[in-house]
Design a protein around this ligand. Structure first.
Ligand SMILES: NC(=O)c1ccc[n+]([C@@H]2O[C@H](COP(=O)([O-])OP(=O)(O)OC[C@H]3O[C@@H](n4cnc5c(N)ncnc54)[C@H](OP(=O)(O)O)[C@@H]3O)[C@@H](O)[C@H]2O)c1
Length: 276
């Protein structure tokens, strides 16, 4: 999301080098969406893949579609909206493959739930795409439990990408995160550092608590924030950094085993209150 015009503004060569380094670290799942960079990031990735074509095999691309964004690429749009109708999804998916210049992606993901979704039409549309082999898996994003279950009744849902971090712990508090895990979903936590805000607020209770725990494990503060996310059931962070050293931190945090009490201490610090 942040590699192009919404962030680091990398060149195709820089993206190719960055993705190669990510793959070398074992971070092969690359989260994309057609809207990122106002419809420019998939093209940027496609240019990077032309420079380093071996990345087509080594990366698992997650292609999110389903958001219609008002931006220069679509001047006729007056507002942002969600569209999971058959034609909109098929067009967006074909545009994604074209921009990435790949034959298929690992995961087709619905970015946001369209309130006008016809579940049976969605099942036919996604079923067609899966049958074509152009996407190996189907995932959803930002879906609550009831939507997740309803879609899961008609389609093989592999993942749900949700906002989850110490800056936004709601899905664990409601029990939804545990329930997604029970459903067998790969739970992907977006903005695991609260889009960087958890690190900016150095005087906050949660930062100071993380600092103390980081000392015990001899790791950095961001690693503690990532470790908190990893400890949530079946959950892994979708990090948004464009710096390889920071991707390394997100990967190495997998090995930190926070105790149950430490996980709750961090939660307590972020909410400014404990549990009863
Ligand atoms: N499904 C959805 O609706 C949805 C919504 C939002 C995002 N996402 C996905 O989630 C990804 C992550 O979101 P995010 O970028 O908001 O996540 P994040 O990892 O919480 O925040 C990343 C931001 O924090 C900064 N940062 C500072 N120190 C860092 C450190 N030590 N490690 C990592 N980052 C550090 C990064 O800057 P530097 O680049 O300078 O390191 C970057 O600006 C996005 O790239 C996108 O793929 C999905």
């Amino acid at each position: 999301m942040r590699l192009g015009s919404w962030g680091a503004d990398m060149s195709p060569r820089e993206v190719a080098n960055f993705l190669t380094s990510c793959v070398d670290l074992g971070c092969k799942d690359i989260d994309l969406a057609d809207i990122y960079g106002d419809h420019s990031v998939n093209k940027l990735i496609g240019q990077a893949l032309a420079i380093a074509p071996e990345l087509k095999r080594s990366c698992n691309f997650i292609a999110k579609i389903g958001v219609a964004r008002k931006c220069a690429a679509f001047p006729a749009r007056k507002i942002n909206f969600y569209d999971s109708s058959d034609q909109a999804l098929k067009t967006a998916f074909e545009n994604t493959l074209r921009d990435l210049n790949v034959e298929s992606v690992q995961t087709l993901m619905i970015h946001r739930f369209d309130y006008l979704t016809d579940f049976h039409a969605l099942a036919r549309c996604v079923g067609d795409i899966l049958a074509s082999g152009k996407a190996k898996n189907f995932g959803i994003s930002n879906c609550n439990l009831s939507i997740c279950s309803a879609i899961g009744d008609i389609l093989p849902v592999s993942s749900n990408q949700i906002q989850l971090s110490l800056a936004h712990p709601t899905p664990v508090l409601t029990g939804d995160a545990s329930h997604f895990s029970k459903l067998g979903l790969d739970v992907m936590a977006w903005s695991p550092l609260g889009a960087g805000t958890l690190l900016d607020a150095k005087e906050s209770r949660v930062f100071k608590k993380a600092e103390r725990i980081a000392k015990k494990y001899d790791v950095s503060v961001p690693e503690i924030f990532f470790a908190w996310v990893y400890k949530c059931p079946s959950t892994r962070p979708v990090t948004g950094s464009s710096k390889i050293e920071r991707i390394k931190q997100a990967a190495s945090a997998r090995d930190i085993e926070l105790t149950h009490e430490e996980w709750y201490q961090l939660l307590e610090a972020s909410r400014a209150r404990g549990v009863d």
